[in-house]
Design a binder for this molecule. Structure first.
Ligand code: UDP
Length: 252
């Protein structure tokens, strides 16, 4: 089914194929897991299926509160129809609790609540290892305009508020997450919408009671039970129904 379609782009965890009509693409979720700028690699059987479902669920919920995004509809276990956007070459990270790179960079204790939610920008360039950049760099190099930065920051905070509540209701703490944005052109104007995915690959999710990690840090730090943890996130969100087949490894 996927072989006859034109591949537009292949990334580390996803493939983009041309869509059935102009302005659309098909986003395919692979089982590939990478970390530390792809120095660490593995195939985690069923990850793509779970992330497709979790991202569908989150994007649909965000759309319902007016956070426009590229998701149109899920097509099958591993694929979703999305709007074609011109991707902004930035990763926008929102942090509520110190973990990962901010803990290392600023000498914070992992798990320490931050004084307020903090937004960071990283320039998407694998060769450079996605360096952190400031608004000065973003506007000087024309990666995004000042108004676009404002829009991305406002959206990032709305996403953070909404997802913090959504996860907290199922006993999960949203520690931090990464989102990406794209431009949609309408005549002479463009607007910025949320794109890419939101899943345990792109969030830090800790069990609120035990602080157990339910996200990609299980892979990064060799904690084991990666798929089981992603499945647990899906189960708590109430989107578990097709998941048992995935764990048995029968789904491709
Ligand atoms: N993140 C991501 N993709 C990246 C880098 C980070 O999805 O290429 C997510 C990561 O999962 C975490 C948040 O962004 O939820 C902040 O990551 P951090 O800067 O701490 O990076 P790390 O040191 O974990 O790579």
């Amino acid at each position: 089914m996927t072989t006859r379609r034109k591949k537009i782009y292949e990334g580390k965890a996803k493939i983009l194929y041309e869509g059935p009509e102009p302005g659309t693409l098909i986003q395919y979720f692979k089982d590939d897991a990478t970390a530390f700028n792809a120095q660490k690699k593995a195939i985690l059987e069923g990850k793509g299926v779970i992330n497709n479902r979790i991202s569908e669920y989150i994007m649909t919920r965000l759309n319902s509160i007016g956070v426009q995004n590229h998701f149109i509809r899920r097509l099958n276990l591993r694929e979703q129809l999305i709007k074609e956007v011109e991707i902004v070459p930035l990763e926008v990270v929102v942090r509520n609790i110190a973990a990962g790179s901010i803990a290392t960079r600023l000498g914070l204790t992992e798990g320490q609540p931050l004084p307020r939610s903090i937004i960071e920008f990283y320039y998407k360039d694998d060769k450079l290892g996605d360096p952190m950049v400031s608004e000065e760099h973003i506007t000087a190099f024309n990666w995004a305009a000042t108004q676009e930065i404002d829009d991305m920051m406002a959206t990032a905070l709305r996403v953070n508020d909404y997802l913090s509540g959504l996860f907290s209701a199922v006993g999960i703490t949203l520690v931090d997450f990464k989102i990406e944005f794209g431009r949609i052109y309408e005549g002479d104007f463009s607007r910025i919408i949320l794109a890419d995915e939101i899943s345990p690959d792109s969030c830090r999710l800790w069990d609120t009671v035990t602080n157990e990690k339910l996200d990609k840090d299980r892979f990064r730090r060799d904690l084991g039970n990666v798929i089981e943890s992603y499945t647990e996130v899906a189960r708590r969100l109430g989107i578990m129904k097709e998941m048992p087949t995935v764990i048995q490894g029968g789904v491709h």
